[in-house]
Design a protein around this ligand. Structure first.
Ligand code: ZN
Ligand code: ZN
Length: 89
């Protein structure tokens, strides 16, 4: 059992896995935070339409899921952050 990086509580993998269902390919191991510290918003990623993870210190809903964010870092070499800053049409 691993402690949560954010609040140090022991991670309940069962509960967190249920929350992470909308985040494809991500597991408890990618997060190292407990269910209390993860907020998942389904269908919010602008790239893949998957769920996004909202870091607890952010009040905005991110535009990118963690997988697409790391994809973009790989492709463009820079970190777009959680939100895309494309001006709305
Ligand atoms: Zn926690
Ligand atoms: Zn995505």
């Amino acid at each position: 059992m691993k402690p949560c990086h954010s609040c140090q509580a022991v991670i309940d993998e069962y509960i967190l896995d249920k929350q992470l269902e909308s985040l494809r390919d991500l597991t408890v191991d990618d997060f190292n935070i407990c269910a209390d510290c993860a907020t998942i918003v389904a269908d919010a990623c602008v790239e893949c339409g998957g769920g996004v993870y909202v870091p607890q210190n952010k009040s905005d809903t991110p535009d990118y899921c963690p997988a697409c964010r790391s994809d973009l870092i790989d492709r463009t070499g820079h970190d777009p952050g959680w939100n895309c800053d494309i001006a709305s049409p």
